[in-house]
Design a binder for this molecule. Structure first.
Ligand SMILES: NC(=O)c1ccc[n+]([C@@H]2O[C@H](COP(=O)([O-])OP(=O)(O)OC[C@H]3O[C@@H](n4cnc5c(N)ncnc54)[C@H](O)[C@@H]3O)[C@@H](O)[C@H]2O)c1
Length: 254
């Protein structure tokens, strides 16, 4: 499928889970993808699996020089302006406010908000005259309260504001900025918690009208749509991909 016609894309956190699937879907649909992650081994595996053009870029995104390193690698790999940036790298946690030190708070802000802000800001000069698309991976915990996720939820909620403000500022240059807020998705990051946590079973899976955890492909397909021409008039939105969880107070019939 040539949905993206050789467009140049960067996907962060592409070695695992949701980011891995986003990178694979964009490559399969005709984009040239720079897959970015600090896990070089995982990147090697995903690049080997890609049916299409994918190149690895090993980077720790919290490093000050990470955006410059990533954009230089992208220019070197593909020699074309950037069209798509997917800010997916991030890290969940299970901490209430009383368990969160200043250092923990800073860490979750860095991992879930600051790296997305810096990558998005520094991407702006990389887009060509036609503009491009940015998609930020937020979370349903940034939309709806849930126990024990204070710093993570605060950072993911802030992504909604960043998405709206950047859509306003850079729409006139043809840059669309949207976010996807996944519900509970079965990935390496969540597998243990899904299996072990009654809170996850009851509070997320059973409370989802569609009756299951999501898959990385559920999220990747929504991201690909937001990056595509079919979403040409959509900007500033946060799209929940959560089986209906965030829009209901669903209680299954027993
Ligand atoms: N899985 C879920 O249920 C779920 C739900 C809502 C939101 N999300 C969000 O989706 C995104 C992906 O989650 P996942 O479940 O696929 O996680 P994952 O742990 O399976 O994959 C995350 C990848 O990002 C990379 N990464 C993280 N921080 C990095 C950094 N600073 N520099 C470089 N690489 C970094 C990791 O090495 C890893 O390969 C995250 O932003 C997460 O908050 C996940």
């Amino acid at each position: 499928m040539d949905r993206f016609g050789q467009a140049t894309a960067i996907v962060t956190g592409a070695a695992s889970g949701i980011g891995r699937e986003i990178a694979l879907v964009l490559a399969r649909q005709g984009a040239r993808v720079l897959a970015v992650d600090r896990n070089g081994e995982g990147l090697g595996a995903v690049c080997a699996q890609a049916q299409g053009t994918m190149r690895p870029c090993v980077a720790e995104l919290t490093a000050q020089d990470a955006p410059a390193t990533v954009f230089a690698a992208c220019r070197e790999a593909f020699g074309a302006p950037l069209s798509i940036l997917v800010n997916n790298a991030g890290l969940g946690n299970a901490r209430a406010a009383h368990d969160t030190s200043d250092a923990d708070f800073d860490r979750y802000m860095d991992l879930n908000l600051r790296i997305t802000f810096r990558m998005s800001r520094d991407a702006l000069p990389q887009f060509g005259p036609e503009g491009g698309a940015i998609v930020n991976i937020a979370s349903i915990f940034g939309l709806v309260g849930f126990p024990r996720s204070a710093p993570y939820a605060a950072a993911k909620a802030a992504l909604g504001g960043l998405t709206r403000q950047m859509a306003a500022d850079y729409g006139p240059r043809g840059v669309r900025v949207n976010a996807v807020a996944p519900g509970l998705i079965a990935t390496p990051a969540t597998a243990e918690r899904i299996a072990a946590s009654p809170l996850f079973q009851q509070g997320l899976i059973r409370a989802t009208p569609l009756g299951r955890a999501g898959t990385p492909a559920d999220v990747a397909d929504a991201v690909a749509f937001l990056c595509s021409r079919e979403a040409a008039f959509i900007s500033g939105q946060t799209l929940a991909v959560d089986g209906g969880w965030s829009t209901t107070h669903f209680v299954p019939e027993s």
